[in-house]
Design a protein around this ligand. Structure first.
Ligand SMILES: C[S@@+](CC[C@H](N)C(=O)[O-])C[C@H]1O[C@@H](n2cnc3c(N)ncnc32)[C@H](O)[C@@H]1O
Length: 401
């Protein structure tokens, strides 16, 4: 993993360990270890290191930035002001990029959706602009995972970012004005992808979904959340009806856990407002619930929440990375049309649809616990224990009104 040695190339250092790295380090007074760090992360040095490096390589900071593709405000302004001159050069370069053959075929269809087998770029190519209401994407994370599709999940950093930028650009094209796009990824990658999103869409939320996904790492904070980026096309969402959540109560005694400002009578009986930190999405770990071997299946609850929030019945939902088909299952169960793609085996997704009744029960289970401050079971337990409920608070309030 890493970037494509743009830093070394700009300084004339051989990346194959041909010997001149040590020489450059000695001449510049910047250690070989540090030079490698700048190269592997494609970082423009700052301060003392920058001065020493550019003096040794006899290169200006500006040329170094250009060669590394790290543009600052001055470069961007110069490009904007000289776009007519630069345009033919870039256009000529684009012609050298080979188009690849279209390999997308219909794998199966349901009452509401279609799954294609192949590369999502091929599917996107034949999709109409402004045609999709909601995009959800959970791409491979470039973590060297072995997928059934055997895709390379360990590519150079900038190649991964460019790849993501390309499908994001296409997803933005097919999204309807007012439509929503949700990107699920590690914070590290979503941070890098925001620059591309910011150039086309409007930011709504960075949702932190509290799921532990790796073991504690020395000298790091314990990675505990996935990032769910939420953008829309244009300035106003066509649809926004987030679920409301039940009040947190003790699972044993059903008593209050949090003080919601002390205003029991002001609490909305349909539940509390959902915030941008989601702590109630459990990972799909248990083999019994997994539709596919491997660890990358998302929970139906997550997709239910997103689809409910940003689409209406009959809307079209698109997910370019099928996996085990969680998005498609949630869309079908919720009466949304859907279209999807998977480069690897699609039979897992098709088989999953033969168990749709089971999935329906799971979904109904989730939905019976939301949009009410005290879902029925909790309400009954609280009544039994003499704890306050929406009804008891309302009754108390009435005589003084
Ligand atoms: C992280 S998984 C998605 C899991 C899915 N959200 C679920 O809940 O089951 C990513 C999937 O994208 C597929 N994939 C990778 N590159 C692709 C491409 N270019 N086009 C279509 N699918 C691709 C992989 O084979 C993998 O199954």
């Amino acid at each position: 993993m890493g970037y494509s040695d743009q830093f070394f190339k700009a300084l004339g250092i051989r990346a194959d360990g041909g010997g001149n790295l040590e020489k450059f380090a000695k001449q510049s007074g910047v250690s070989a270890k540090r030079l490698k760090y700048y190269n592997e992360n494609n970082l423009v040095p700052t301060g003392g290191d920058l001065n020493k490096i550019i003096a040794t390589a006899n290169i200006s900071e500006l040329l170094l930035r250009l060669k590394m593709g790290r543009f600052d405000k001055d470069i961007i302004e110069a490009i904007q002001n000289n776009s007519e001159v630069i345009f033919p050069i870039i256009e000529e370069h684009a012609k050298t990029i080979e188009p690849h053959a279209n390999s997308c075929t219909l794998a199966f269809e349901t009452k509401l959706g279609k799954l294609y087998k192949g590369d999502c770029f091929d599917l996107l190519k034949i999709m109409d602009s402004d045609s999709v209401d909601l995009v959800f994407a959970d791409p491979p994370f470039n973590l060297s995972k072995l997928y059934p599709s055997e895709i390379n999940d360990n590519i150079r950093i900038e190649k991964y970012i460019y790849w993501c930028q390309e499908w994001i650009k296409e997803c933005a094209r097919v999204l309807k004005p007012g439509g929503a796009i949700f990107l699920w990824n590690l914070p590290k990658w979503n941070v890098a992808l925001t620059s591309c999103l910011e150039g086309m869409l409007t930011f709504r939320h960075w949702i932190a979904v509290d799921i532990k996904y790796s073991l504690p790492i020395q000298n790091r904070l314990y990675p505990s959340h996935y990032s769910l980026l939420y953008y829309i096309k244009g300035d106003k969402p066509n649809t926004f009806h987030p679920d409301r959540l039940a009040m947190d109560v003790c699972p044993k005694c059903y008593g209050d856990i949090k003080d919601y400002g002390g205003y029991k009578d002001k609490m909305n009986p349909t539940g509390v407002n959902i915030c941008d930190i989601w702590t109630d999405i459990a990972p799909v770990r248990h083999a019994k619930y997994k539709r596919r071997k491997g660890s990358n299946e998302l929970s139906l609850k997550l997709l239910d929440r997103i689809i409910e929030m940003a689409s209406d019945e009959g809307d079209l939902v698109f997910d370019p990375f099928g996996g085990s088909g969680t998005t498609y299952m949630a869309a079908e169960l919720k009466g949304r049309r859907w279209v999807g793609c998977e480069i690897g085996p699609c039979d897992v997704i098709q088989d999953r649809f033969s168990l749709i009744k089971e999935e329906q029960k799971i979904l109904e289970g989730y939905r019976s616990t939301i949009n009410s401050l005290f879902p029925e079971k909790t309400r009954l337990e609280r009544v039994k224990r003499g704890l306050w409920t929406c009804e008891s608070v309302k009754k108390k309030k009435q005589p003084n009104e």
